[in-house]
Design a protein around this ligand. Structure first.
Ligand code: GLU
Length: 505
């Protein structure tokens, strides 16, 4: 039987890096087994639906190079891949479950549910549930006579379908990561399967669709583990037990200090992205930063995610996607949560930037420069990349580390020149300006020789003058070799920056 796996996001907002890791593990497993990777959009909860979120998810997958074989966009043999478009399919299964005695219609109004919760709320029962202990006190097809149920339905009274959790049973399965897991059915409530608007809940839709789409393995976040008994019973009750996919519940991605799940708020607080790409929330107008816009290469992002919860048993950390396809194994995924380490994420990116050749980097760096200046020629940008690549960890660093190669910088450190200024230095720079203007071959070696000669003639020490020159050209005390900078910005600009500084001191 060929492997079929799925990523099944709900389009409710930005794509968390944990979500991308789920995509990645699905993708690697499918590729490794020559199977299919499917994108299924789980949009049955209309109240949480956010316009644009699906397109955003598709773009994130595209950016990461983790492209599904079947999806709402591409179609495929089991279309549609958007659950809202499959609404008509689910009711029949909900009704079959009711007919077979595994589920029931419940007519309780929100007020009645609220009353039940307040009445039963006590110190020992802080969260009263609709379950085996309460269902017989509620208004549902188990407590009403058949004629009444039928008449309520035919009158159009709103109802939901709930699973009837069996009493005193143990439900178990073998998780590919966690091994044998069992649940006591007495501790699980009667989850809603079909809502009053006719839409299925996640619990019904995930089982029906995994069955209809012939999913063989389902990898999902650890937060879904408590729902597993409901799903297992649905697979059994619908008569599909032998088709149930093998499950793997992936460990959480934790805050850097290891205390709790990493949230978007932690990212905002600690100054790193949590979403794959920038997410502009249409409801609030707020934009949350993403790894892509922060200057991560997708290969580095993917490599970093692969290792958040998995390793191949060696010290190796850099893996190409092809290598991951060969070496990944779901059984080696850790049970415990994986701490997110932003410094480590940057380390991966630095490695990938250094590995890439300069011509490959050019189109990747260009958009990050073009957000600041728009008339940059490719040959010039290539020279900049060669000069500053080793100082760059993020694609945004090419601007941070090299902005003065594209624009005349603000002289932020002028004060520090002033503090050590003297007549000798002034004479040196005036003389050097003269000599620069008559330099014909403008390259860093000539400029440096010329500089050294004059220093010697004037009997001055190099260090101090060199750092003054750096501030004149860069605006601050950073950047690559000063003479390389002068070569790149050209003779006219070099002369103009020096003269301009002289006039300001
Ligand atoms: N729609 C669920 C989510 O957004 C999918 C869980 C699953 O993969 O079964 O997390």
């Amino acid at each position: 039987m060929s492997v079929r796996v799925r990523f099944a996001p709900s389009p409710t907002g930005g794509l968390h890096l944990g979500g991308v890791r789920t995509v990645l593990y699905n993708y690697l497993f499918a590729r490794q087994h020559g199977g299919d990777f499917i994108l299924r959009v789980e949009d049955t909860d209309q109240s949480r639906y956010v316009p644009g979120a699906e397109e955003y998810i598709v773009n994130c997958l595209q950016w990461c190079g983790l492209i599904p074989e079947e999806s709402p966009q591409k179609g495929g043999p089991y279309a549609p891949y958007r659950q809202s478009e499959r609404k008509h399919l689910y009711k029949e299964y909900a009704e079959k479950l009711v007919k077979d005695g595994y589920a029931y219609y419940a007519f309780d109004t929100p007020l009645e549910l609220e009353n039940m919760r307040t009445q039963l709320h006590s110190n020992t029962n802080t969260n009263p549930q609709y379950d085996r202990t309460t269902r017989m006190k509620m208004r549902n097809s188990l407590t009403l006579i058949k004629e009444e149920t039928d008449s309520l339905i035919s009158k159009g009274e709103p109802y939901v379908v709930r699973i009837k959790m069996p009493e005193n049973e143990t439900v178990s399965f073998t998780d590919m990561i966690r091994g044998h897991i069992h649940f006591d059915t007495n501790l699980v409530d009667d989850k809603v399967l079909l809502k009053a608007d006719g839409m299925p809940t996640y619990h019904l839709a995930v089982v029906v669709d995994d069955y209809l789409m012939k999913i063989t393995h389902a990898f999902r976040g650890e937060e879904w583990l408590p729902s597993a008994p409901v799903h297992i019973l649905l697979w059994q009750y619908l008569g599909w037990a032998k088709h149930m996919p093998q499950w793997a519940h992936l460990p959480l991605i934790l805050k850097p200090d290891g205390h709790g799940k990493l949230s978007k708020r932690d990212g905002d607080r600690l100054g790193f992205p949590v979403f794959a790409m920038n997410w502009a929330d249409p409801r609030t107008g707020e934009t949350t930063g993403g790894f892509r816009e922060m200057g991560f290469l997708p290969e580095a992002f993917v490599n970093m995610l692969a290792l958040l919860g998995w390793n191949d048993g060696t010290e190796q950390e850099i893996f190409s996607l092809e290598e991951l396809v060969k070496k990944f194994s779901i059984e080696r995924v850790h049970k415990g949560g994986a701490k997110f380490d932003f410094e480590k994420a940057k380390w991966f990116n630095h490695q990938y930037i250094q590995q890439k050749n300069d011509a490959e980097l050019l189109p990747l760096v260009k958009p990050f420069i073009q957000t600041h200046v728009n008339n940059v020629s490719d040959p010039y940008l290539l020279r900049v990349i060669i000069l500053i690549k080793d100082r760059c960890t993020l694609l945004t660093d090419f601007w941070q580390q090299g902005h003065f190669l594209f624009e005349t910088p603000e002289l932020k450190a002028l004060q520090s020149i002033r503090e050590k200024w003297n007549e000798q230095k002034k004479q040196f720079f005036l003389a050097w300006l003269q000599s620069l203007s008559s330099t014909t071959e403008w390259n860093h070696t000539n400029i440096e020789n010329n500089f050294n000669q004059l220093l010697q003639q004037q009997g001055l020490k190099k260090g101090d003058i060199l750092s003054t020159l750096r501030i004149m050209l860069v605006g601050g005390k950073y950047g690559p070799g000063v003479f390389h900078i002068a070569e790149l910005i050209g003779k006219t600009e070099t002369i103009s920056r020096i003269s301009n500084t002289l006039s300001l001191i």
